[in-house]
Ligand binder design. Structure first.
Ligand SMILES: Cc1cc2nc3c(=O)[nH]c(=O)nc-3n(C[C@H](O)[C@H](O)[C@H](O)COP(=O)(O)OP(=O)(O)OC[C@H]3O[C@@H](n4cnc5c(N)ncnc54)[C@H](O)[C@@H]3O)c2cc1C
Length: 211
């Protein structure tokens, strides 16, 4: 796809999609979203936006596609591979304000979370239940970023990596359409395994919204 540079009109169009404190073109904000923890060279985006729910993510991606603005998802920027760097410029969608733990279903060994939840914060909340979210890459990473990276850590030897701990995803596709993949049932074999297509896709296919 041929991308368009962001014009002042584009900036105002994106700004109008969210409340004023959730859109920025400020240089220090752009610098904070230019590089991760890898050796790859930083590249500034042209703007950063912070959605707070799935509908906003859908509207942002729909407008971005119409205007041909490149979009890069941002969790906590801790990746060691350069994949949250907005190499084409454009818009960074920062998920840190979608950080609610929506439900803990202790009897099912399941939790519903938004993508910006930091995995250590989820584990802190879970500790009184005896449950925990095992993948432990070490960084203060978001669960959305870990899903995109299929992150793992020392616990992986016993409990598997992120792909083994996610049952269901709501994902917002490029263009803004939201679909749900996977199932709450651990034992399911119906249909194509789209869930595991998205896990490890490094932000190239969709923006996970709620798991
Ligand atoms: C000290 C250290 C040790 C580490 N050790 C390990 C290890 O042992 N094993 C291992 O696997 N990893 C390891 N990592 C890397 C770890 O996997 C990443 O840091 C983590 O997964 C990135 O999470 P993040 O929230 O910072 O995402 P980011 O770095 O912000 O983004 C990572 C990717 O996810 C995409 N993304 C982020 N949020 C979303 C979203 N909501 N929707 C769609 N795409 C999204 C981004 O576009 C990017 O492609 C380590 C990192 C550090 C700093």
């Amino acid at each position: 796809m041929r991308f368009s540079p962001m014009t002042p009109h584009h900036v105002e169009t994106f700004r109008a999609l969210v409340s004023p404190d959730r859109f920025s073109t400020g240089p220090s904000v752009l610098d904070l979203h230019a590089g991760d923890q890898s050796f790859h060279l930083p590249r500034r985006p042209e703007a950063v936006i912070w959605p707070v729910n799935r509908d906003e993510v859908g509207r942002i991606l729909s407008v971005a596609q119409k205007l041909r603005i490149p979009v890069t998802a941002w969790g906590a920027g801790t990746s060691l591979e350069g994949n949250p760097i907005p190499v084409q410029g454009g818009l960074v969608v920062d998920f840190t304000r979608m950080n609610r733990i929506l439900d803990i279903r202790e009897a099912d060994f399941q939790a519903d979370v938004e993508p910006g939840v930091i995995y250590q914060d989820l584990n802190e909340k879970l500790k009184f239940t005896g449950l925990f979210f095992p993948p432990d890459p070490g960084a203060r990473a978001t669960i959305g970023g870990m899903i995109a990276n299929n992150a793992s850590g020392p616990h992986t030897v016993r409990y598997g990596s992120t792909k083994d701990c996610i049952l269901r995803l709501a994902v917002v596709l490029a263009g803004g359409r939201c679909i749900e993949v996977g199932s709450r049932a651990a034992k399911t074999a119906s249909g194509y395994d789209l869930l595991h297509l998205f896990i490890g896709s490094e932000g190239t296919l969709a923006q996970p919204d709620r798991f």
